[in-house]
Design a protein around this ligand. Sequence first.
Ligand code: NAD
Length: 267
Amino acid sequence: MTTIKEYVTIKKEELAKRILKLGRKPVIKIIQVNDDYASNTYIKGKIKDVEEIGALAILEKLPITTSEDELLAIIEKTNLDKEVDGFIVQLPLPKHISEEKVKQAVDPKKDLDGFNVLSKFKSATPNGILTFLDDNNYKFEGKNALVIGRSNIVGKPMAKYLLEKNMTVTVAHSKTPNDELRFFVKNADLIIVAVGKANFVDKTYEFKNNAYIFDVGINRNENNKLVGDCEKDLPVAFQSPVPGGVGLLTRLALLINLVEASEKYGL
Ligand code: NAD
């Protein structure tokens, strides 16, 4: 199996070639209605990725005082804008704006985050993991998957996509007793950990030695270092690193969705 870093480099080169074939630069718009540090950093990364494959990113940064109606009107305008292949509305939104209304207002053909229930695209983090496994010829069918965490952006869509791959899927969450969780971990072939707690899965758990683990968590440890939800070097066949793991696959998934949007639905 290739490392995630190598894989992402190869996939980006493939996407750049598909854009050359398309003969024009796909355009992604990023709508931002906050000024928080994390969002600014993520957006900077997304713009860099988009430019690297030869596409164009337009950032529309709106004041925090933007009303829900004003944002919905901008989304409607972007839905109809023929110059834009796809777009994302960076989360979080200010409290006075309904996230759900915003998600469902995005045209499913342009919804590169895959948040709309009718979206033509899969949600970035789960899709990044799936695409990586698919491209590495992972055999999903009949195996046991365990998804730890049930968020709308990772856990739930991940479980749905793995079911569609004919896996037997268990979803553990904050109300799952720890002894049960240990039982599920011990029997899982594929484990997706999206909890948001450093060292949540550690070496006190038992694993199948041929298990694959994808560590979605992004946490700061006591030394302010970036760490995942899993202790390093668990005794399994594959464990995605943090940093340099699922984060890279998530960034890649957005690029894949952009190129697909421009090939399928663009002008
Ligand atoms: P979240 O933060 O919304 O929720 C955490 C989930 O963990 C909940 O569903 C909860 O039920 C579950 N949980 C909490 N305690 C648990 C316990 N004791 N046992 C089992 N489950 C428990 O979830 P999220 O938005 O998916 O984020 C999870 C982590 O993934 C965060 O660290 C986040 O920063 C990170 N994240 C990373 C990426 C990426 O690209 N790498 C993308 C999204 C989220």
